[in-house]
Design a protein. Structure first.
Length: 284
């Protein structure tokens, strides 16, 4: 039986407990802030990004892992006799997947999967890889099976406000003003064929009210949701009761075997800002 290492871009947001349970090794994306480069989740945190933004009104830029970096990362494992299965942030969002594929082409036994998603939408793909590795499956079969189920991994989020999206050039000042005046909480939906994001529904009222409507829209009366695990992933909540509410709502509508509450990485959080929360799950 071949020895297989499961690796993933740091944007999969699994959290330390699940990383350890499924023996996943991250490669951190790059965060450039005030002229200095950091490694996502290694030497910079989302809260430090927020602190810098409120102090200086500047946001970081993010950068993909380059081909040489992936090559060195994979080679340390192939030189030790391992095969590698790596899951990337969706190719519609980043050049990471293209770069990882180029690096894998220089080595034997490296398989690269386009996660076609972000955050724990991508994390769901990583876990499906890891479960099959732990079951003793061969790499080629794992890749084929997991690539076939990527579009069954669903990710969306609601935002308290559009401030960070606007500052990052992803929405207009007019949109921000309109959302504030109407007390709108927009939903961002991830296209699970590419990882690209687009605006979906708009919820009106308090964040608690918007969350209740959003989770109901995602999970209520659904019979196609896989109930082994549902993620609640957030970018840092100023009101902890929002997380408690989200957990209660997920239990109310689906009551899965496991609800995993995880914190989004710097790469994800720098685009949406604090007080962003999503429910992420697989369907049958």
């Amino acid at each position: 039986m071949s020895k297989i290492i499961v690796t993933a871009d740091s944007t999969c947001d699994l959290g330390e407990e699940l990383k350890a349970r499924y023996e996943v090794t991250y490669y951190p994306l790059h965060v450039i802030l005030n002229g200095k480069q950091y490694n996502d989740g290694v030497d910079i945190t989302p809260d430090e990004i927020y602190e810098n933004y409120y102090a200086n009104h500047t946001l970081p830029s993010t950068a993909a892992v380059n081909v040489d970096e992936y090559l060195a990362f994979f080679k340390q494992y192939t030189d030790a006799g391992y095969q590698v299965i790596h899951v990337n942030l969706g190719s519609g969002l980043s050049s990471c997947h293209q770069n990882a594929r180029l690096a894998a082409g220089e080595l034997e036994g490296v398989y690269v999967i386009d996660g076609q998603n972000l955050s724990t939408g991508m994390g769901l793909v990583v876990i499906e890889v890891a479960k099959r590795v732990q079951a003793g499956m061969e790499a080629e079969q794992i890749v084929a099976e997991v690539e076939a189920l990527r579009t069954k991994c669903h990710a969306s989020f609601i935002l308290e406000n559009l401030e960070f999206l606007h500052k990052g050039g992803r929405c207009s000042a007019v949109a921000v003003m309109g959302a504030n005046l109407l007390k709108l909480k927009p939903q961002i939906l991830v296209d699970n064929t590419s990882g690209k994001m687009d605006a979906a529904k708009k919820y009106r009222g308090s964040f608690s009210k918007a969350l209740a409507e959003y989770v109901a829209d995602e999970l209520k009366d659904r019979t196609d949701v896989e109930t082994d695990r549902i993620f609640i992933t957030h970018s840092g909540m100023t009101d902890p009761s929002i997380l408690e509410q989200a957990v209660a709502l997920v239990k109310q509508y689906q009551n899965p075997d496991e609800i995993c509450v995880t914190r989004a990485s710097c790469t994800i959080s720098s685009h949406c800002g604090p007080n962003t929360i999503g429910v992420l799950y697989r369907t049958k």
